[in-house]
Design a protein around this ligand. Sequence first.
Ligand SMILES: Cc1ncc(COP(=O)(O)O)c(C=O)c1O
Length: 368
Amino acid sequence: MRNRSAHGWPMLEARESVRNLRAYHPPLGGREGLRLDFNENTVGCSPRVLARLQEITGEEIACYPERDPIEVVVSDFLGTEPKELLLTNGVDEAIHLLCETFLQPGDEALIVVPTFAMYEISAAATGARVITVPAGADFEFPACDLLSRVTPRTRLIAVANPNNPTGSVAEPARLIEIASHAPQAAILVDEAYFEFYGKTLLGQWRSVPNLFVARTFSKAYGLAGLRVGALAGNPEHIQMVSKVASPYNVNGIALACLPTALADQDYISQYVSQVRQGRDELQREFAGWGIRHWPSQANFVLASFGPLKTEFVKSMRSRGVLVRDRSRDYDCDGCVRITLGTTQHTAQLLHALRETLAEIGAKEVTAR
Ligand SMILES: Cc1ncc(COP(=O)(O)O)c(C=O)c1O
């Protein structure tokens, strides 16, 4: 029963789909130390971006931001046409806009679990039914199960590739197959971790028009605080998605800095190569200790510490290294996700990890 005002009118209430949402509060407080908990760049953006920031004038800040010219720059960089691209307030906004554009109550949205939380939140908020498809026993992409869950009501399929928090990937051919099998649905391939993987579906919407690719500048580029990402796809669909977006969705400071960030590819490639090397080292270290972990193509590795997980996270924190407890994610009981950064940060991580494992008695670490 809805509450009534003095006039007998119903009081303000959020939509039922919003009332039923679980709130998502990433643990952002108390993050002093080496931050290996949010998959951010551990040393920050290119120094050239910092120099550009210092040049920004009061006049620039006073103006409403102009997105179009920067969309041309980003399109050039990605090899798309400007009309195939929309810059967004991070990939988070791209997800939200896709859901707003294509979903309505009664529709179905398919997601593979475990995965990034915002797909479920943005899809469920529209009143659509979110159908979760569990990943395989080793978190492998469940292409056949996903295909079998497609119905005429499926209007969104969201896949992070590489996936967060597992680091596992779906082969591009399987994603194309799924998109072709569900032409009535928007297929979002979220390439937030592309730089650490290297395979992309950019441009494939020219043969499979319901395919969208999202990219972020929050991870390898170290711009998470500026909030900027991109959604790319078929021009007619992108035009529809743009209708839902504010013309000023990306702030002027982010737009001013983005061309500089893109121009400094040396910075990105040297950072990415250190992350990839650190990823190999961490996986080897886990293997040496007999700790179950999953091969990752992203800038993090997920590992299982079983019942010792809370002690592990606490002990790492006491050594100044923040890692992320993911045990609440689907099928991730006892799992912790650790972000990789520079060579120096990997050395610091491994030092803390060895001390921690010795302290908590790594031999008791049980498999998932
Ligand atoms: C798969 C995935 N997509 C999107 C995001 C959010 O990206 P952005 O900062 O561009 O909103 C994250 C962040 O953790 C992520 O893991």
